[in-house]
Design a binder for this molecule. Structure first.
Ligand SMILES: Cc1ncc(COP(=O)(O)O)c(C=O)c1O
Length: 416
């Protein structure tokens, strides 16, 4: 028998093809997903996973939701794209829906969170420029994440994302979250905008204090700057209210918000919403997009809003139940430092890297993600049930029992 090593026969796997032909910018998990149903996804071998990350907070109604499937089929047969040269039937009604839900006046549609942030940055710049050529600074937070295009990246307060692309847009100033004195020092007459995630997502599920949000409003008013809330991750139902700024009492109103992720339920859709006066900074011709706000994506978003109205109390309830069960888990596993979040935006901070936990959970049929190295993050579909939470807790308990945090490794101790 010929003992020479022969190349494998048959077609290359999708993983091999990606390795050969794609930019190597993603560090993907070794999992090829084939389909989804509700809160579960299935890989190409048919193995089932409970999906707590939901396309990074996008698949808010889970997978293959029957009402979404119906409107997608219908609308795909009628019209998918029309451009922004013409009116279509769904942008106006969707803008009205968003205006009513947000308390803002006008909406611009785009395709993603980073694009929405770009739109908001253009509003900030145009607002400042009308007042003075020096008024172009944007104040943002350390540990923030606003996207990967140049503008959004310039105000992303994590150096590791920006480092390779310096120099950034001029005028970005960063300040630590929840530090009132630092914010007061950073915002000044040249500030044209303040951009905040009220719950930092990529930064590790860190909420801003109500006092801090109020201070930002006060400083924006004092210095005639626009207050912008980036609701891309924490908005559109995620925290149990339409938008995260509506959780607090009294509500601190922004001048501008940006949102994306769940609104298109997987179809690319984002938006900027603004007060009448902030929106007036953008005159005809100053901004636009070919794809943004197409008929298919807008119709799906309208259907999503109808369904969201019925889900809001469940988001709060299931989220509290999830955090309660995680807090119980934290009592068993002392290397869980904190359980944080609102609604179905949940972070579990460990005192060691969560990367192996993510892989071990995946092997046990649970998809969760790790952000900021040490924070396990869940952004599950809004249709998650308490039974799904119980299943997640069982898997997490099992994989955490196996985990050896560095201190325990050194002393040979095993938690749980
Ligand atoms: C708060 C925030 N802003 C902006 C973005 C960028 O959104 P996208 O990836 O849709 O461009 C993200 C993405 O995670 C985000 O979490």
């Amino acid at each position: 028998m010929d003992s020479a090593v022969t190349a494998p026969v048959g077609p290359p796997s999708v993983i091999d093809l990606e390795k050969q032909y794609l930019f190597q910018n993603y560090l993907r998990y070794p999992l090829v997903l084939a389909r989804g149903k509700g809160c579960y996804v299935y890989d190409t071998s048919g193995k089932r996973y409970l999906d707590l990350i939901a396309g990074i907070g996008v698949n808010a109604l889970g997978h293959a939701h029957p009402r979404l499937m119906k409107v997608i089929r219908e609308q795909a047969a009628r019209m998918i794209h029309s451009s922004n040269l013409y009116y279509h039937e769904y942008q106006g009604p969707l803008a009205e829906r968003i205006a009513k839900a947000s308390g803002l006046d006008r909406v611009f549609f785009c395709n993603s969170g980073t694009e929405a942030v770009e739109g908001a940055l253009k509003i900030i710049r145009a607002h400042g420029r009308k007042i003075s050529p020096e008024k172009f600074e944007t104040v943002a937070l350390l540990d923030s994440f606003h996207g990967r295009t140049f503008g959004a990246l310039s105000i992303t307060g994590q150096e590791n994302y920006r480092r390779d692309f310096e120099p950034m847009l001029p005028g970005a100033r960063f300040t630590p979250r929840n530090d009132l004195a630092a914010l007061e020092q950073t915002v000044g007459p040249n500030t044209a905008g303040i951009v905040l995630e009220l719950v930092q997502g990529e930064g590790g599920i860190h909420p801003l204090d109500p006092d801090y949000i109020r201070k930002a409003r006060e400083l924006a008013d004092r210095h005639n700057a626009l207050l912008v809330f980036d609701e891309t991750q924490c908005g559109v139902g995620r925290t149990g209210t339409y938008f995260s700024y509506q959780m607090g009492e009294p509500v601190v109103m922004p001048d501008v918000i940006v949102a994306a992720k769940p609104i298109g339920c997987g179809l690319p859709l984002g938006f900027v919403a603004a007060t009448e006066s902030a929106a007036a900074n953008i005159a005809p011709g100053m901004h636009g997009t070919t794809f943004g706000g197409g008929p298919l994506a807008c119709r799906v978003a309208l259907e999503f809003f109808d369904i969201l109205d019925t889900l809001m109390p469940a988001i709060t309830q299931t989220g509290s139940y999830f955090r309660m069960r995680l807090t119980e888990l934290a009592r068993k596993h002392s290397f869980i430092k904190e359980v944080r979040g609102y609604g179905l935006m949940i972070g579990v901070e460990l005192d060691f890297s969560g990367k192996q936990i993510v892989l071990d959970a995946m092997a046990e049929g649970l998809l969760i993600n790790c952000t900021h190295n040490v924070v396990l993050r869940a952004l599950p579909p809004y249709i998650l049930t308490e039974q799904d939470v119980d299943r997640s807790i069982r898997v997490l308990d099992k994989v955490l029992k196996k985990a050896l945090p560095p201190v325990a490794q050194a002393s040979g101790l095993r938690e749980g």
